[in-house]
Design a protein. Structure first.
Length: 301
């Protein structure tokens, strides 16, 4: 049975890209169940799957996050990983889908949980906005007034939230920095036209495919405007995702004993015990990931 992947809202569960990708469990919010029912819900997932990895946006209401931690504490379980995501809503949903793809592979729970931080760095998540005047969530500079005190040019803005925040005028000459590896573009049409995303952006980023999905409910709040088309480019091929994760040096968590990658355990939050070995491991992992993403890389066995 695959490791259970759980989310805090149904719009974080995107359609699968292949017939082997399992679904994700949508955890019931606090306003719709009492605490005893929440314990039973999570307990049943653990009994069936053994381990649970729950992803939630960093903007999730505090009451819901507190409920998640309270359930974990009451169950006294080190088999539950609670992972906040700083990506925009659609980017978080794409990350969830990648973890769903990898959950059927032969990764241990600790490696799969820690893979969320790694994969998030390779998701290019952004949006086309009708206006960025109220966007204060990202460290991007708004268009500056032209000499003479005139107002900045009006028009739609294209904003990249990660890996590196960036803002450009959609009708200008600037371009969003895109991935240097093959991706598929998932986008959520909103009240704006999607032609810029499916046309100009898709061509600039050389995406393999374009997939429309419904707009997440929290996107308008995240981007501070209802006039939006959200998008996220990411690696769709599970074999490449597998190579990326498996190329990183694995460590044993000195606290809970799980095997992990990176510098922190996703289940108990303990850091890797030997930091002097970390630079070499990171350098080796980065080189292996570059090789895995190179054109013509083979599929995992």
């Amino acid at each position: 049975m695959p490791i259970a992947i759980a989310v805090t809202s149904a719009d974080l569960v995107l359609p699968p890209t292949d017939q082997h990708t399992p679904g994700a469990h949508v955890l019931t919010p606090p306003g719709q169940q009492d605490f005893a029912a929440a314990l039973a819900e999570v307990g049943a997932l653990l009994q069936r799957h053994g381990y649970l990895i729950a992803l939630y946006p960093a903007t999730t209401p505090r009451a819901h996050v507190q409920r998640l931690h309270a359930v974990r504490a009451m169950l006294e379980s080190d088999r539950i990983a609670l992972l906040p995501s700083a990506l925009p809503p659609l980017g978080t949903a794409v990350l969830v889908r990648q973890l769903r793809q990898l959950s059927v592979c032969d990764f241990s729970p600790g490696v799969l949980g820690a893979a969320a931080r790694l994969l998030a760095h390779y998701i290019y998540a952004g949006a086309l906005l009708g206006s960025a005047a109220r966007l204060d969530r990202l460290p991007v500079a708004l268009p500056q007034p032209v000499p003479g005190g005139a107002r900045p040019p009006a028009g739609q803005c294209a904003v990249l939230a990660g890996p590196t925040p960036q803002l450009v005028q959609a009708d200008g000459e600037g371009a969003l920095a895109g991935p240097q590896f093959s991706t598929a573009l998932t986008y959520a049409p909103g009240s704006l036209g999607s032609e810029w995303v499916t046309g100009r952006l898709a061509r600039q980023w050389h995406v393999q495919a374009v997939h429309p999905v419904p707009m997440p409910a929290s996107s308008a709040t995240w981007w501070a405007t209802p006039k939006i088309v959200e998008f996220a480019a990411a690696i769709p091929d599970v074999s490449l995702l597998y190579q990326m994760v498996s190329s990183v040096r694995q460590e044993a968590c000195h606290w809970c004993g799980l095997t992990l990658i990176g510098d922190r355990c996703a289940f108990c939050s303990a850091p890797v015990a030997q930091p002097e070995r970390r630079p070499r491991a990171i350098a080796a992992g980065a080189g292996a990931r570059r090789r895995a993403l190179a054109p013509g890389a083979g599929r995992a066995g």
